[in-house]
Structure formats: structure tokens, C-alpha cells
Design a protein around this ligand. Structure first.
Ligand code: PGA
Length: 274
């Protein structure tokens, strides 16, 4: 119940900010070397985990997969091993999972999270959440509603990590995804399937569908950190950060979020005019 009130309060605050579609909003853009980016973002996450631990409260992280966040997970594992960072009070929700996809399959995001983070820190097994890639299609709607309910009951996401796809997707919210979209079954864009082809030994093997948190679900997070590295992301980063707010580029909806940081390396920032 409390989550509803705080979400409503944040929504009203965003309305009163006077921003219009097309405004860059309050996006904070940092351009740093990739290693520095990883250290910066991991330090931000670690500081919040420690503050919440000290206050005896849980810390809810929204997690992303793909090549972009791997360095952050490596740094978080290092902080756990070398600097006593405990994940005992951390609750996680991942953005998305392919459908169909068994949790043990090499390309599954379940497996990715175990390999890069979950198996190396003291997260409690019941505290990690990913959409179920094995849910029968007839039960997807209920499973998505349950995922939304779990996020709400956890008190919403404190820090949401995001990559960005060349289509402008965040999670698997492909072009056409609405600002008010919630966790749901989606079709993957051809470009996204092409970009995933290498992991699946060919595009034909890439699933056509996935379950993803919605744009509105992502925008509920108190803080969002979007990262992009490399020249291949420069054009879409420019559209997301400086272009109009439009469902044609779902990442552009972050311009309406009150607390989003965009962390780029030099090559990913080359399309920015400002
Ligand atoms: P990548 O994917 O991190 O592998 O570039 C990002 C995304 O598609 O969201």
C-alpha cells in the first residue's frame, strides 16, 4: 500500500516539474572510461546497500543482463570479497528473460545472473527474482501480474541498472512500447535478434518472444542508471538523450524520470550535440 502512495507522489512531482516531451529533463550524463564507469556505478550501488544495511532496511536492485553491466557485477563481487560488502539485505529483480528459455540453458538470463553475480555474493536465494522463461503462454499474463506485485511488495526498485539496445530498447521494451506499459510478453525486434545471434549460434535459434518489465515499471525506480559503451551505441544514445520523448525510442522515456544518470564511454557519447 505504501508503495502505491510513494509512486503516486513521485508521479505528481514529475507532473509539477513543468517538463515537456523533448526536454532533456534532469538526465545527468557522465562520460568516463569504461573501467571508471564500472567503479563509479558499483560504488553508487555499494553505498546504498551499506546505508540500507546500517538502517536495518532492505535494498532493492533492478538488474540488467548483456555485455554492458558485466564489469559492474565483477566490481560488486570484488567489493564483497575484499571490502566486506554484504548482499544479505539485498533484493533483486531482473528486467527480462527470453521465452521460452529454461533457467539452465547457456543463453538464459537466470544463468547469466548466477555466473556473474548471484553465485559469488551472499544474496539470499529467495531474494532474487527473474521473469520465468518457462511459463506456458496461457499463464504469462498472470505470471507478469505476479512479478509486478512482487516488485510493489518489495517497496519498488531503489536503483535500476539499464543497458540500451540499438533499437532504443530498455529491458526488452522495443520501439512501440508505451510509457504506461507494464511487465508483459513482447515480440523481439529483428535488430535485437540479430544482435543476439552470436550467443545462439545463428539468428534462427534466437527466441522470438520475451517477458520484460514495462516502461512504467522501470520508471517507478527511485534511481535509474543507464550505461552504454562503444561506438555502435552512439546513434541510439543521442536519440534517447537528446531526441524527442517517443515510444519509437523507448529509452527516451527516461528523460521524464526525476533521477536518471546516463554513464557513457567516449565512443558511445560521440553522437551527443551538447
Ligand atoms: P548489451 O545489450 O549490453 O549486450 O549491449 C544491451 C541491451 O540490449 O539492452
Amino acid at each position: 500500500m505504501f508503495g502505491y502512495f510513494s509512486a503516486a507522489k513521485r508521479f505528481l512531482k514529475s507532473l509539477s516539474s513543468g517538463r515537456r516531451p523533448g526536454d532533456r529533463g534532469r538526465l545527468i550524463v557522465r562520460v568516463v572510461a569504461r573501467e571508471e564507469a564500472n567503479a563509479l556505478v558499483a560504488a553508487e550501488i555499494a553505498a546504498l546497500i551499506r546505508a540500507r544495511t546500517a538502517a536495518g532496511k532492505p535494498c532493492v536492485l533492478g538488474l540488467a543482463t548483456g555485455s554492458t553491466p558485466t564489469g559492474i557485477y565483477a566490481e560488486l563481487v570484488r567489493l564483497h570479497r575484499e571490502e566486506n560488502l554484504s548482499f544479505a539485505n539485498v533484493v533483486t529483480f531482473n528486467l527480462d528473460e527470453y521465452l521460452p528459455m529454461g533457467p539452465e540453458e547457456p543463453q538464459s538470463y537466470h544463468r547469466f545472473m548466477h555466473e556473474h553475480l548471484f553465485d559469488h555474493v551472499d544474496l539470499r536465494p529467495g531474494n532474487t527474482h527473474l521473469p520465468d522463461g518457462m511459463v506456458p503462454v496461457g499463464q504469462v499474463t498472470d505470471a507478469c501480474a505476479m512479478y509486478e506485485r512482487q516488485i510493489r511488495e518489495a517497496g519498488w526498485v531503489d536503483i535500476q541498472l539499464l543497458g540500451i539496445g540499438r533499437t532504443g530498447h530498455i529491458g526488452f521494451n522495443e520501439p512501440g512500447s508505451a510509457a504506461d506499459s507494464r511487465t508483459r510478453l513482447v515480440d523481439l525486434h529483428e535488430t535485437t535478434r540479430l544482435d543476439a545471434a552470436r550467443d545462439f549460434s545463428g539468428e534462427a535459434n534466437v527466441p522470438r518472444t520475451a517477458v520484460t518489465m514495462g516502461v512504467a515499471t522501470i520508471l517507478e525506480a527511485r534511481q535509474v542508471i543507464l550505461m552504454a559503451f562503444g561506438e555502435a551505441k552512439a546513434a541510439v544514445v543521442a536519440r534517447a538523450v537528446e531526441g524527442p520523448v517517443t515510444s519509437a525510442v523507448p529509452a527516451s522515456f527516461l528523460q521524464t524520470h526525476p533521477n536518471t544518470m546516463v554513464v557513457l564511454d567516449e565512443p558511445a557519447a560521440t553522437g551527443l550535440a551538447r
